[in-house]
Design a protein around this ligand. Structure first.
Ligand code: RM4
Ligand code: MN
Ligand code: MN
Length: 432
């Protein structure tokens, strides 16, 4: 089957022709520099070519805050159009081969059609996301006071049934994991009994866990606050770890970079979860204050590098059970979502590449001899290396664009879609 390409391949070829000579020369110069450090640029480039990060389907719609949402032109109005926009990101960046669906936002009666539509663009499916934090039209019972932890068993049963339905959907489209994030919590002291609500959570989640096919994993995602402002049931990685351990081996902890208290050492949490075989994967994004869902690496690039440093370290020592799922969980409120996703995927790849440059045996020796300055220098010299030529070369070797954002802009894709997709105010695109 030929894979459909939403962006005209001539536009990519024209952009690449203009850029190729400069890239070749930058790549050769970087190759020489790395060779002096004992690093083979070709081996690094091959590793970068195999790295993929999933796109959440809600990421291609314009997001918003609780104050306002400013819809962009040509927003996708349904899941098939969202898939097409995701395909643009993948075609140009070659780093986002999978999608992460969210139900019921992505509800589509013909799931085969949905699957085949994605497959026609060469896209597969990552973890499926459930939603028990919102009421849907026609829904019988309300999640106003919680879903999986609600005091009323009937509401909990409805929330459990929704998660089980998500697993059923995932089986049809080829997912192998479900991510459960619950918005449950309280706004005021005394509103609920902490212990009883966590008991109810575990009871509900045991039922979801028991519905998992043998080759599936259950990803559970903690969040410090929001929408609940005083307490959330799964507030931090510690509670998340306890719950994952209670549920079983295939329950693991997902790390969303925006879901921690300020100044928390996230890379250390990552190391701990890897050590105890409980790291499910990531929702990449960045933030200054809360769960801001800004583009990955836009505020704290060093943090993203340090997270990748732990991941590459675990991979290079063959850490048992290490198989993280990567996804971008962002809300694009004032940028073109396609551009933010292309940029973010490239940033994630860039930090991964830099982490691959860390000389691990040398770092180990400095650590063992307590040479603080040189241990730090070993990390920082990897971080400070400009790896753009590797990331661009990996992209172009896989058929992508050397300068994907410029190519996207000259392709006229957005203008074309804004004519084809008249605004639909009631559309479910974005997080509002
Ligand atoms: C939450 C959390 C979940 C995402 C929703 C939309 O804050 O990050 O992963 O599914 O937002
Ligand atoms: Mn998330
Ligand atoms: Mn979030």
């Amino acid at each position: 089957m030929t894979i459909k390409m939403p962006v005209d391949s001539d536009a990519i070829a024209a952009g690449n022709n203009a850029e190729q000579a400069a890239l070749d020369s930058d790549f050769a110069a970087l190759g020489e520099h790395l060779a002096r450090r004992g690093i083979d640029i070709e081996a690094i480039t091959t590793a970068v070519q195999t790295f993929g990060v999933a796109i959440p389907t809600w990421g291609v719609g314009t997001g918003g805050t609780r104050f306002a949402r400013f819809p962009g032109p040509g927003e996708p109005r349904n899941i098939l159009e969202k898939i097409e926009d995701c395909a643009v990101v993948q075609q140009l960046s070659r780093a986002t081969p999978t999608l992460s669906l969210h139900f019921p936002w992505d509800r589509w009666d013909d799931l085969r059609e949905l699957h085949d539509h994605a497959a026609s663009f060469g896209l597969g499916f990552d973890a499926i996301n459930s939603n028990t934090f919102q009421d849907q039209p026609g829904q019988q019972l309300s999640y106003k006071f919680g879903g999986m932890t609600h005091t009323d068993r009937a509401v909990r049963d409805q929330a459990i049934a929704h998660n089980v339905e998500c697993i059923e959907i995932g089986k049809i489209i080829g997912s192998q994991a479900i991510t459960v994030w619950v918005g449950d919590g309280t706004n005021f002291p005394g509103q609920q009994n902490f212990t009883a609500s966590l008991e109810r959570y575990l009871d509900s989640m045991r039922q979801v866990y028991s519905a998992l096919p043998d080759d599936w994993r259950l990803f559970i995602e903690h969040k410090l606050y929001e929408p609940a402002f005083y307490s959330t049931v799964i507030q931090d990685w510690g509670t998340n770890y306890l719950c994952a351990s209670e549920l079983g081996e295939r329950a693991q902890c997902l790390v969303d970079l925006g879901h921690h208290a300020p100044n928390v050492n996230i890379e250390m949490i990552v190391a701990r979860l890897i050590q105890f075989r409980k790291l499910a994967g990531f929702h990449f994004n960045d933030s200054k204050y809360g769960d801001d869902d800004l583009d990955a690496g836009s505020i704290q690039p060093l943090q993203l590098f340090l997270v990748f440093n732990e991941l590459v370290d675990a991979d290079s020592r063959g850490a048992e059970g290490f198989d993280p799922a990567y996804m971008l969980d962002q809300s694009h409120n004032i940028t073109d979502p396609i551009e933010s996703l292309i940029y973010s995927a490239a940033t994630v790849l860039s930090m991964y590449t830099r982490a691959l440059l860390v000389d691990r045996p040398v770092l180990h020796n400095y650590q063992e001899s307590n040479d603080v300055i040189m241990a730090r220098d070993t990390l920082m010299s990897a971080y400070e290396t400009n790896v753009q030529p590797i990331v661009a070369m990996a992209r172009v070797r896989d058929g992508g664009a050397i300068d994907p954002i410029a190519t996207y802009r000259t392709s006229g894709y957005r203008q074309c879609k804004s004519a084809e997709r008249p605004a639909n105010r009631a559309g479910s695109a974005g997080i509002i």
